[in-house]
Design a protein around this ligand. Structure first.
Ligand SMILES: Cc1cc2nc3c(=O)[nH]c(=O)nc-3n(C[C@H](O)[C@H](O)[C@H](O)COP(=O)(O)O)c2cc1C
Length: 406
């Protein structure tokens, strides 16, 4: 549906990030520093993580002046979004906020039906509901009944948050909003997850009308892991998907300050020395995704004590994906209150979409339905556990850029 011009990466040098190259790189780092590379390191943001205006929304979300509607939106923009695309526009009216999909902020072949875009909008909606209640409003949410195969253009209204005066209801999930960050580093698999994790995640799913299926060990976890690895390999072999994904990456402080969106190196969950090297010597889109494939297998899956799928009745219904997003945001906030790390890993469902777009057999969809049952359709997958490294905040655009006052 939304194809972009493919860019050749054949000029990129080939490197693989194995243990030997990490050690060699750490040595090179000392040489570079000694040879006057300090300027380059400074210029590439080696000494500054989470600094500057792109990170201000995390700090001032509660204190910045503005109308109650603006206060609620400030919480909304701190939500998760696919590739940190922040695909939202908010219209603040008297006693209500209308949430629009900004369909220009799409991921191309990575999200051809804007399914992940609508999950992202659901994440924002959940933060807004929590913030509205914490600021003395009862909420009523109306969601679009539309279907994602309908096709889109421009800004599309997807949900309406009706506000009425009420007693303040401040949830611990609301307080966790600025501490929730996607954690892509290694987890402590032997430590497992809290005994009540499955109960809490299931309760959150049920209250949103979606299904969560969780995997620890055993054959179903094996099926999940092999679907994830195969889907990742399929993506990495698809030049257009790699290109559309890479288009959102922001690798330098200048790119971060200019765009205030997208995944950044500090959010990759790399070991500190490798993080420095990645900032100083950026790699090409194909090579970066090859490393991601290895990291998916050797770090993300290998160290995760628990993985899961969120499934809905209709993968291409707008309301179902908004509900899945609300559920994910709430699950991640719950995890944050427990000191747990969480990480969406959506490759299998991205391949379901890509198979459909290209008219290929629905083999990944069939594999996932063996895990969810035929009555449910996977729309989101993730992992959780106790992290070995902290996760950094990702940039956010200025609320003023996404608010349209009535
Ligand atoms: C619908 C959706 C899909 C996502 N898919 C992935 C994914 O496949 N891999 C990944 O590392 N992060 C994924 N994320 C996490 C986003 O990249 C992340 O939310 C975004 O970069 C903002 O960072 P934050 O969550 O730390 O605020 C996804 C998030 C959403 C809402």
């Amino acid at each position: 549906m939304i194809e972009q011009t493919m860019k050749s990466d054949e000029t990129q040098p080939k490197r693989t990030l194995n243990r030997r190259s990490i050690l060699k790189g750490a040595g090179a780092l000392l040489v570079v520093a000694g040879a006057g590379g300090v300027w380059r390191a400074w210029d590439r943001g080696v000494f500054s993580a989470s600094e500057g205006p792109a990170f201000a929304p995390w700090r001032d979300w509660r204190t910045a002046s503005g109308s109650p509607g603006e206060t609620i939106v400030r919480a909304g923009i701190l939500a998760a979004s696919a590739h940190n695309t922040q695909p939202w526009i908010f219209r603040i009216e008297t006693n209500r906020i209308i949430l629009f999909a900004d369909t220009s902020r799409h991921l191309g072949t990575f999200d051809p039906y804007l399914r992940e875009m609508h999950i992202s909008l659901g994440c924002a909606l959940e933060n807004m509901v929590l913030a509205a209640r914490a600021n003395g409003f009862a909420t009523d949410v109306a969601m679009s009944t539309g279907h994602l195969t309908d096709g889109y253009d421009g800004a599309q209204p997807v949900a309406m948050l009706q506000l009425t005066d009420a007693d303040t209801d401040r949830s611990p999930f609301y307080d966790a909003i600025p501490d929730r960050h996607t954690n892509r580093g290694p987890y402590d698999r032997p430590r497992g997850v809290p005994a009540d994790a499955a109960t809490n995640l299931t309760r959150i799913a049920q209250s949103n009308g979606v299904l969560v299926v969780l995997f620890e060990d055993g054959p179903e976890r094996g099926t999940f892991d092999s679907a994830m690895n195969d889907a990742t390999a399929t993506i990495v072999a698809d030049r257009q998907m790699v290109h559309d994904s890479h288009a959102w990456f922001r690798m330098t402080p200048d790119e971060i300050d200019t765009h205030r969106d997208g995944p950044i190196i500090d959010s990759f969950g790399l070991p500190p020395a490798v993080n420095v090297l990645a900032k100083m010597f950026p790699i090409g889109e194909q090579e970066g995704h090859e490393i991601w494939k290895e990291t998916t297998r050797d770090v993300h899956l290998a160290t995760a004590p628990m993985t899961g799928i969120i499934a809905v009745r209709d993968r291409y219904a707008i309301a179902d994906n908004l509900a899945a997003g609300r559920a994910w945001q709430r699950m991640h906030l719950w995890g944050t209150t427990q000191g747990l790390a969480m990480h969406p890993m959506n490759q299998p469902i991205e391949i379901v979409d890509r198979d459909r777009q290209l008219g290929r057999p629905a083999s990944m969809a069939d594999r996932l339905s063996k895990l969810t049952g035929d009555d449910w359709q996977a729309t989101f997958s993730f992992r959780l556990g106790y992290a070995e490294r902290i996760a950094h905040p990702s940039p956010r655009r200025d609320p003023a850029d996404v608010i349209r006052n009535a």
